[in-house]
Design a binder for this molecule. Sequence first.
Ligand code: SF4
Length: 718
Amino acid sequence: VNGLLPNETRSTCCYCGVGCGVLIQTDGEQVVGVRGDPDHPANFGRLCTKGSTLHLTASPTLQSQARALHPEMRLARGDARERQSWDTTLDYLTHKFAATIRQHGPDSVAFYLSGQLLTEDYYVFNKLAKGLIGTNNVDTNSRLCMSSAVSGYKQTLGADAPPACYEDIDQAQVIFIVGSNTAYAHPIIYRRIEDARKNNPDLKIIVADPRRTDTAREADLFLPILPGTDVALFNGMLHICLWEDLIDPAFIDAHTEGYAELKATVRDYTPKFVAQTCSINESDLVQAARWFGSSPASLSMYCQGLNQSSSGTAKNAALINLHLATHQIGKPGAGPFSLTGQPNAMGGREVGGLATMLSAHRDLDNPTHRAEIAALWGVDEIPAKPGKSAVEMFEAVRAGEIKLLWIVCTNPAQSMPEQTLIREALSKAELVIVQEAYRTTATCDYADVLLPATTWSEKEGTVTNSERRITRVLPAVAKPAEARHDWEIAIDFARRLEVLMGKTKTLFSYTGTESIWNEHRESTRDRDLDITGLSYAILEKQGPQQWPFPQGASVGKARLYEDGIFPTASGKARFVNTVFKPVADRVDARFPFHLTTGRLRDQWHGMSRTGTVAQLFSHASEPGLVMSQIDADRRMLKQGDLVHVTSKHGSQILPLLIGDDMRAGQTFIGMHWGEEYVSGRGHEGEGTHGVNALMSPAFDPSSKQPELKHAAIKVLKA
Ligand code: SF4
């Protein structure tokens, strides 16, 4: 294979949805190095600081100190967990599940999964919950990441399918980045944007963000909008496009519906009103609309600033409205393009790994879709009752409605909002099972049963990145100690449970990841994400491929909707009548500052992996509250002062950082640090649990995605 050395194995970076290809180098037993895969179309050999240090997270020292290597169990809260065999542990779990389901029904158990699982892992857990147990209580941390993008795509375009691709970056004439610090969160995409700019000096970059991030500093036009005002911004841009004849009436007539209602709504979004609402210059707003609407190809790229919001679906839909009205979709260099946060949130969505979805983008509330999946799986029915989404799931655990909670490859005791709720729920659950590679996460403290799982460089299967590209992931080293693959654990448990349930035929007769993937592939037949023309062999021989890739195709589709036909009942895209609503936590005299949160350049999520690499702390060694010089002067605060940061939901003590990226009235905290940092600095009792403990549990009514991107706070010197 082109460019592959004898000690190298093809895989992907496990950190973000760019989905960069990596070549893992081993000495036969240990991972000793990593380099970017020159043949992978997501990165062509490039890696960012996180990706290029992946091998350091697999060091023998770390393996012995931080890895979960053996099953552990305790029978009573307060006891220490003790090492057990897999047989004892899984037999205990199956008896507990069978008894609980018998006594309280299938909805008394729940699974909380992760966008870091491989597609095959997701598929098996989804089938275990919805097919065998008969509950839709299976949700994932993708709920915190991409569910508003899913709702936005489905409401407007008819399917959860990002229509653009990375090649569109090279062909765009305007790139509109909104709610994304791409330079930090998706660095290899940002490198491609920089290349596009070098190759095309006429390329215009517009960035809308409350902070002057590194991404915003390089923009031709920066719109420093107030947090949560995105819908007003997009409606205002559409208003201007209408006035200036920048819409495409022929495309609207032929390929969309619902325009009249939206047109009536955006009439009220005058430049003056929008400029005031967003707190930006009216002339900049007009300039942004003119560039976007008049360009031959406008591409928008967006991430958690849109998704993690109590109006997340409306924000996504309002931006897509703008693309539809100006016909900036379905052509090279144009389209709405959601940047996936987690490495395989896309794969999880493909197999329906959320409480409200079914395999292959089917809808749980559609009886035909439920019957199709029941037939594929060979079960009588799929339950119609929607499962609990992330926040609802933990509320139901705290209320005693859900008794057994199985958490896989995620750390809700740091990542979820309203940590009081989460920790009460974890304490009140009858049984908490944590399936993890690392025994050091905050959630492991609550585990009654700890199941050791494999992780990056050990696993095999497939992942899908932001541009719908599926990559085959191969294991470079053996499983450590007694750790097992996530899908293996699920199948072993499922087969034991089937015996207790009196089933004579197993639903889980898989021989490996390929047989799981082949079943998933069959579920996609004639769906928008049809991959019936693909196989493991093709992925290995021809490299990563984009979906759809139906039977008979020789290549996948780079770009969707070029024919103007959308996967809706009428074949037309739908305008959603989007109305601006303010953030859930309003600033007032008691909580006068806006707080936003986000990724830093060199860290990932809750740092369970990146926090083990010393050199990744050179960019930011500790967390802090970033504030403008004006606000610091007004409060007589200086750089490094410890401050109490208090919202309606929690309080923390952090060092003050003065940043020229902040406007007066705005503050920011990097999202990565949890309680280890705070307890390490001796602030036990206040400031624990990480920044999300400050955030509101309010969530979008359609996507159920929490508003992790904003809270109103007060700041006092500690
Ligand atoms: Fe990994 Fe994302 Fe960096 Fe690529 S851009 S190397 S996928 S963290």
